[in-house]
Design a protein around this ligand. Structure first.
Ligand code: SF4
Length: 588
């Protein structure tokens, strides 16, 4: 027996400014919550073959049964048709979003239609309000919208403010959505889907308490998870240095993509390492709601005012490994303030930092090779490590004053299909490369993962196994990748922060679930995970994705990885095995 309010779905129609609620225990009982329920709602609400900017493309937010109750169960899943890849859009964010949605009394929210004028949605407990956002629209900053809403919305209970910036309004297909300033639904273009609906923000607040069904068991499992989270050495590192702790180790092992992956180690990595940034710039740490780890690192940059001695403007800028990779090593940059200010400008505009970094890396190499000239770049001379040139390119990317910037604003796969340079366009299934050049498993993982993300199946950690065992076969690697992706469907349905994946092992998950009214066996968990993954691939294929049309950038074979040069034959065997496993074991 589940908490009745957890299985409630709130449906919002922006066109007619109407809303209604439905009890969907049929979905929550079968698919747990989060990604499991979201993919079903996507299937039900997204007509086949529509454009991602069609008003009928739904935005779905879904939370899980452990959110608000257990440590590190802190994320919300967003699902939609992606304008960037043209198929499955799935992105997870923390902050306060998951707990606020649960405390408002919902397990999921489905937003459809298109508002005639810019608006934002305010959801306070059981009520929904459609607010005019005309004055916020066109404001260049995603941060100001958050400030305005914070000041003007009633604050009852626990609150989240989810909003877009100028990039989302401009329908740039890799625009992101920010929540609580420093957390993001970063990848695959949710921000542009918001923009296409004239939707500036969603604010959710609630103050109901969340029931548990067995208090003794709950306290026991909670303490166990809390202890593991606070005493684990890895979590301690995440707290002290954050994910940028990976910069130094990936650099030493030739896994740090540098200068558009012309190199896999960066001679100035010590300047942008997590340790160096923490020593020179760390201003504070933050945590998502219900997380004792607090891995979010915020740098403080102090700039003097030119006309006032001893007066300074301090800007607080969030940073993590992926941002340092995409806007640091990938752009050959070691000037930390320059890199942080570029991060700030990209976040301000509301773009996905990872994709933006890879786009600028492609642009720099294309310019070096003469594929594009100052005519296309409108006088910008992109140069490795020159953050002034990237700031100028960012301004033009947002405004798209010519065909080149219009093409660039659609990502590297698109721009390379027009100007050339496909072999060094680091796109995987249409999504730009994450920061791990650790070996074949990472790249196979990006290609076949349902979201084309390193978070789908953590191929990079399979590469570590490859390093320690020369005996491992392509089939074994493929099987490890697919089975990790399958298990992650459960974590994504709960919805757990992946940093806690070593804590939330299947038997811990089963015991935690019992306290929320789910009595599942290990076999049932396995079968649900397979079903969810199957539905995701079915949606992708329905929308035109094909395993047979995957484009592989040649560059990944030209630059040594942590596992040495990637052997193309071995890579193709692994990729084909992974495809076969998905088609035979998951899709059947
Ligand atoms: S570990 Fe970091 S990202 Fe994960 S829930 Fe905690 S603060 Fe958020």
């Amino acid at each position: 027996m589940l908490d009745r309010k957890y299985s409630r779905v709130l449906y919002i129609d922006l066109t007619n400014k109407r809303f209604y609620k439905e009890d969907r225990h049929d979905l929550f009982e079968k698919y747990i919550g989060g990604a499991g329920v979201a993919i079903q709602l996507l299937k039900e609400n997204c007509p086949q073959g529509i454009d991602a900017f069609d008003p009928q493309n739904p935005i779905i937010f879904a939370v899980g049964p452990l959110n608000g109750l257990f440590p590190l169960a802190s994320k919300t899943v967003a699902m939609f048709k992606s304008p960037h890849t043209g198929n499955l859009g799935e992105s997870h964010a923390g902050g306060r979003s998951a707990v606020a949605i649960r405390m408002a009394g919902y397990g999921a929210i489905v937003i459809k239609g298109k508002s005639e004028r810019p608006c934002y949605i305010a959801i306070h407990d059981g009520k929904v309000f459609f607010r005019d956002a005309t004055t916020l629209w066109g404001n260049k900053s995603s941060i100001s919208a958050g400030h305005f809403i914070r000041e003007n919305e009633p604050s009852t209970g626990f609150r989240t403010i989810i909003r877009i910036g100028h990039a989302g309004e401009r329908l740039i297909p890799f625009a992101c959505v920010a929540t609580e300033t420093y957390r993001h639904f970063g990848r695959l273009g949710l921000g542009a889907v918001f923009g296409s609906k004239n939707l500036k923000a969603v604010v959710v607040s609630g103050k109901r308490s969340l029931p548990v069904f067995d208090t003794n068991q709950y306290n026991k499992v909670y303490d166990e998870i809390f202890k593991s989270a606070t005493e684990s050495a890895l979590m301690k590192k995440y707290h002290e240095i954050g994910t940028p702790v990976n910069v130094a180790s990936l650099n030493i092992s030739n896994g740090l993509p540098t200068r558009n992956l012309k190199q896999s180690s960066f001679e100035k990595a010590d300047k942008i390492s997590g340790e160096a940034i923490a020593e020179g710039f760390l201003g504070k740490r933050l945590a998502c709601a219900h997380c004792p780890v607090a891995c979010i690192h915020i740098a403080a940059i102090r700039e003097p005012y030119s006309d006032e001695p001893y007066f300074y403007k301090t800007t607080m800028i969030g940073y993590d490994y992926e941002l340092i990779y995409a806007l640091g090593s990938m752009l050959g940059g070691s000037d930390v303030p320059g890199m942080l200010m570029l991060i700030d400008k990209i976040e301000y505009a509301g773009l996905d930092c990872m994709t933006t970094g890879v786009v600028f890396a492609w642009m720099t190499e294309a310019f070096e090779r003469g594929i594009i000239t100052e005519k296309e770049t409108m006088g910008v001379i992109p140069k490795w490590g020159d953050y002034k040139s990237y700031q100028e390119a960012l301004r033009l990317l947002l405004e798209q004053p010519n065909d080149f910037y219009l093409a660039l604003s659609k990502g590297v796969r698109h721009v390379a299909s027009i100007y050339g340079g496909k072999d060094f366009a680091l796109s995987f299934g249409g999504n730009e490369m994450p920061g791990y050049h650790t070996g074949p498993s990472a790249h196979v993982g990006y290609l076949i993962g349902a979201r084309h993300s390193h978070l789908d199946n953590a191929g990079y950690s399979v590469d570590k196994k490859l390093l320690s065992s020369s005996e491992i076969t392509a089939q074994e690697i493929a099987s490890l990748i697919v089975s990790e992706e399958k298990w992650r469907q459960i974590l994504s349905s709960l919805v757990i922060c992946f940093f806690a994946r070593e804590i939330y092992k299947p038997e811990v998950v089963l015991r935690a679930l019992q306290t929320t009214g789910f009595n599942l066996s290990q076999e049932e968990l396995t079968s649900i995970s397979k079903e969810i993954l199957k539905e995701k691939y079915a949606f992708k294929i329905r929308e035109g994705f094909s395993f047979d049309n995957l484009e592989i950038p040649e560059r990944i074979f030209q630059t040594p990885s942590s596992a040495g040069f990637i052997n193309k034959d071995f890579f193709m065997q692994t990729l084909n095995s992974a495809k076969e496993i998905i088609q035979k074991d998951i899709m059947s």
